[in-house]
Design a protein. Structure first.
Lengths: 245, 188
């Protein structure tokens, strides 16, 4: 029950911040409409709705790191966590309390992105539903990055790292804005050593019904998510222990 | 190895037992900014094991006790410093602790807000043991039954303001504080 109480609080903190909603939902939707407008006016196949939407769904999820990281960093700097450390809450209460509310938010974010895309021509079917499920490991990855950043950095640093650096790196190296093969070489190699391009490729494969192509990419994302979340839980627990001293 | 015990419970070996009868209001206001005053109180009630209607009833009681009714529905982030400190104390009291730690509760407040908070703290006397840390000597004199003088992590003296002033053979408490804090040996 303590987890529920704390998770409910964290949901309210995030959802009542209009900047979170603007970036997490509004910004990807603006880009979706913008790219669709561009596509309508060029003879080339640059931003087809079935290709750009999964990429923008991943881009939208990258803001989850910003929400969660900022929340945790502010809780640390305002001594709110210190107040809770004086309570009978356990390490798992904190971690699950931070992680659990973010998952339905991530699913809702993806669903809104696909719903908006349906007004622009994307057909809503079982493959879209599958894609939302395929995006869950990506959500865990960004939640883990946020938990890790929030445990280590202050809120200003989290704003810079998750709000500027991560969202840009994850976008440019994801293949959302352009085909990574157009650049090729080391850029493409690095992109595919990181999880973001795999997240977009897995989501695109799901939307296009190429089920066999999902798993190789999803395994990369799931692996990164598992390592990141494990590291985040370890670092948070260490910080919690040191802050209590 | 030295060990600290509160009400017979070791803070290192029995931390959960100690947490059950203590609470803290940190120096920073430590409130959830996007939650209302009532939601903040219900949150902490829930963290200490009171849920649903019970948590709501406790929050309502605390709102009445601390005179928070006029801001109960306001988000914590829009409150003035004085109201935030009052809420912070309410969040610490809602778990019904036997010992309440107030860490510099009036730091940064204007005179009026400070005096209002003093009244709140004075009303707690007889209900809960308050351990208050402060750099304001007039605050220590106005609120404390017993004052402990800490310097460089060492307890230099303990007593009432009058006892400490007499002990230091000083004209006022500030002079006594300076004399006792700069003494090299512990005289308690």
């Amino acid at each position: 029950m303590r987890i529920n109480v704390f998770a409910k609080r964290n949901s309210k903190e995030i959802l009542r911040d209009p900047i979170n909603l603007m970036f997490g939902i509004g910004f990807p939707l603006v880009l979706l409409f913008l790219f669709t407008a561009i596509q309508a006016n060029v003879p080339l196949s640059l931003f087809e709705i079935g290709s750009i939407t999964p990429g923008l769904a991943v881009f939208g999820l990258s803001f989850i790191s910003l929400f969660s990281g900022m929340l945790i960093a502010k809780d640390r700097s305002s001594s709110f966590l210190m107040r809770l450390f004086a309570s009978p809450m356990t390490a798992s209460d904190y971690i699950l309390g931070y992680v659990l509310p973010l998952l339905p938010m991530a699913v809702a974010q993806s669903a809104i992105c696909f719903l908006a895309a349906s007004f622009l021509g994307l057909r809503l079917n079982a493959d879209v539903l599958l894609c939302i499920i395929v995006l869950i490991p990506t959500a865990f990855l960004f939640i883990g990055i946020g938990l890790l950043a929030g445990s280590v950095f202050n809120d200003k640093q989290v704003g810079g790292i998750c709000g500027a650096l991560l969202t840009n790196v994850s976008a440019w190296l994801s293949g959302t804005w352009f085909d990574l093969s157009l650049v090729g070489g080391a850029f493409k190699t690095i992109a595919y050593l990181l999880p973001f391009a795999h997240a977009v490729d897995a989501a695109r494969a799901a939307v296009s019904g190429e089920y066999a192509a999902i798993w190789p990419h999803l395994m990369w994302v799931a692996g990164y998510a598992a390592v990141t979340l494990t590291a985040a839980v370890w670092v948070f627990s260490k910080k919690m222990h040191s802050d209590r001293q | 190895m030295r060990e600290l015990a509160i009400l017979g419970k070791s803070i290192t070996r029995e931390p959960n037992e100690v947490k059950a009868f203590t609470n803290v209001s940190p120096q920073e206001t430590a409130v959830a900014p996007n939650l209302t005053v009532k939601e903040n109180l219900e949150l902490i009630a829930g963290v200490y094991g009171s849920f649903g209607k019970t948590a709501e009833a406790k929050a309502d009681e605390m709102i009445e006790t601390l005179g928070l009714a006029e801001v109960a529905a306001d988000k914590a982030k829009i409150l003035s410093g004085g109201w935030q400190r009052r809420l912070s104390i309410g969040m610490a009291l809602i778990s019904e602790p036997q010992i309440l730690f107030l860490d510099e509760p009036t730091l940064g407040l204007d005179v009026l807000a400070r005096r209002e908070l003093w009244q709140v703290i004075q009303k707690l006397k007889g209900r809960v043991t308050v351990i208050l840390t402060t750099h304001y000597l007039e605050e220590a004199v106005a609120l404390s039954d017993r004052i402990g003088i800490l310097s460089k992590g060492e307890l230099k003296a303990v007593g009432t303001a009058a006892e400490l002033t007499e002990k230091a053979a000083a004209h006022n408490f500030e002079d006594a504080f300076v004399a006792l804090a700069t003494e090299s040996e512990v005289n308690s």
